[in-house]
Design a protein around this ligand. Structure first.
Ligand code: GLA
Length: 380
C-alpha cells in the first residue's frame, strides 16, 4: 500500500500549514484489518483468520525545526509533552520512541496524518497509525527492519510504551497479510500461514456503527485477565491445548467457564474457517462467522445491543452468509460476508440498523506492509 500523489500533496500542505515550510517529508500508508474468525483469542494463544483491508492511514514525516516531536491531525496540533496517552497523536509519538528504543537515530520530527480508515472502530486504526509512522520514519532515515522486527516495534509502541493490554493480532495482520488473501495466525507458535481468498462472488461489508470502543478501556483489560485466569484454572497453557474433539472443561466459576468456552471454541472455529476459505466454501465460512458472534455475545460478553442489531439486520438480507462484530467489541464495527449481488442491500440494512452516526461500505482483502513498504521492510 503506497500513498498517492494527491495524498502526498495534501499531507505536505498539512505539514506546512501546521508547522511552517520545512524539509521534504517521507510518506507511508498502512492498512486496517478485519478478523474473519478468531476474536479475543490472540492473547490466549489461539488461532486467528484475518485480512488486511483497503482502507488506510497515511502519514508524512519530516525532520522538525525545533526540539519536540509534533503532530498535525486535521486542524489539531499536538506537541510531545508529558506522559503519552493511547489516543491520536500518542500512537505517533510511541512509534517514534519504539524506534529510538531499538537504537535508531530518530531526530525530533513533525508528522501529519490522514485516514480513510475510521478511528476507534474495531478495524485496527491504532496499529495502522503506528505501522505507517514506523515505515515513514524508516524511509526518512534510509533505514530498514525485517517484517518480524516491524511487528515487534509496532507491538512495543502500543503494548509496552502506551500500556495497552492488546495481543499481537493487529500487528501481524497489517504487516503480513498477502495481496488479496488472508492469514491464519497461530498465536501460540507466533507463526503465520497464507490462506488464499478462494471466494469468487463474495465480498466483505463493514458497518462502523459509530459506537466507539477502546482497547485501552477496562472492558478489554478485564476480558483478557478473565480468559487468562480461565486457562490457568483449567490447567491449560493456551486455547489450543484442548484436543480438537475433546470436551471443553467446565470451571467452578461460571464467568471463567464462559470465557474458556469462548477462547477454545473460537480457536476451533478459526481453524475450520481457514479450511472453508481455502476450499472456497463461502456458506461454511459465513456460518462460522455468525457462530463466532454468538460466542462473543454470550460467552465473551463483548457485544452491545447496537452491534447485535446490525448483525441481525445483516444476516436477514438474502445473500448475506454470516456476520459478526469485528475487533475488541464494546462498540466499533460489524463485518458481513455477502454475495456480491447483495452487497448494496446489506450495506443499506446495516446502516439502517446502526442508525445515526454510522457508515457502511464494502472492503477488500489487501496487502500488508511486508509487501508494500519497499526497502523499509525486508521479508525474511
Ligand atoms: C483488539 C486487540 C487485539 C485483539 C482484538 C480482539 O484489536 O488489539 O490484540 O485482542 O482486539 O480479537
Amino acid at each position: 500500500m503506497s500513498t498517492s500523489p494527491l495524498f502526498e500533496m495534501l499531507l505536505r500542505g498539512a505539514l506546512d500549514r501546521a508547522f511552517g515550510a520545512g524539509d521534504d517529508p517521507a510518506f507511508a500508508a498502512a492498512p486496517g484489518r478485519c478478523t474473519l474468525v478468531g476474536e479475543h483469542v490472540d492473547y490466549a494463544g489461539g488461532l486467528v483468520l484475518c485480512v488486511a483491508i483497503d482502507l488506510e492511514v497515511m502519514v508524512a514525516v519530516r525532520v522538525a525545526s525545533g526540539s519536540l516531536d509534533r503532530v498535525a491531525v486535521g486542524d489539531r496540533r499536538f506537541a510531545r509533552e508529558g506522559p503519552l496517552r493511547a489516543a491520536g497523536a500518542g500512537y505517533v509519538f510511541a512509534a517514534a520512541d519504539a524506534l529510538r528504543h531499538r537504537g535508531l537515530e530518530i531526530p525530533p520530527v513533525e508528522v501529519a496524518t490522514t485516514a480513510s480508515l475510521p478511528a476507534a472502530a474495531g478495524l485496527a486504526s491504532s496499529a495502522a497509525v503506528i505501522g505507517a509512522t514506523l515505515v515513514a520514519l524508516l524511509r526518512l532515515q534510509g533505514a530498514s527492519l525485517t517484517a518480524a522486527e516491524l511487528i515487534d516495534a509496532a507491538y512495543a509502541a502500543e503494548h509496552d510504551i502506551l500500556g495497552v493490554p492488546s495481543g499481537r493480532l493487529d500487528e501481524h495482520a497489517i504487516v503480513e497479510s498477502p495481496e488479496g488473501g488472508a492469514i491464519l495466525l497461530d498465536c501460540a507458535a507466533g507463526t503465520v500461514s497464507d490462506v488464499p481468498w478462494a471466494l469468487d462472488d463474495v465480498v466483505l461489508c463493514v458497518c462502523d456503527t459509530g459506537e466507539r470502543h477502546s482497547v485501552a478501556g477496562v472492558g478489554y483489560r478485564d476480558r483478557r485477565a478473565e480468559a487468562e485466569a480461565a486457562l490457568h484454572a483449567a490447567g491449560l497453557g493456551n486455547a489450543q491445548h484442548v484436543g480438537a474433539a475433546a470436551a471443553i472443561p467446565e470451571l467452578a466459576d461460571p464467568t471463567l467457564s464462559r470465557r474458556l468456552r469462548h477462547v477454545v471454541s473460537e480457536t476451533r472455529r478459526a481453524a475450520a474457517a481457514a479450511e472453508a476459505l481455502r476450499c472456497g466454501d463461502a456458506a461454511a465460512l459465513g456460518t462460522l462467522m455468525t457462530e463466532s458472534q454468538r460466542s462473543l455475545r454470550d460467552d465473551m460478553e463483548v457485544s452491545t445491543p447496537r452491534l447485535d442489531a446490525v448483525v441481525e439486520a445483516s444476516v436477514a438480507v438474502p445473500g448475506c452468509l454470516g456476520a459478526r462484530l469485528v475487533g475488541a467489541g464494546f462498540g466499533g464495527s460489524v463485518i458481513a460476508l455477502v454475495r456480491s449481488s447483495a452487497a448494496g442491500a446489506c450495506v443499506d440494512a446495516m446502516q439502517v440498523a446502526a442508525g445515526e452516526g454510522s457508515s457502511a461500505f464494502v472492503v477488500h482483502p489487501s496487502a500488508g506492509l511486508a509487501f508494500t513498504a519497499g526497502d523499509a521492510v525486508t521479508r525474511v
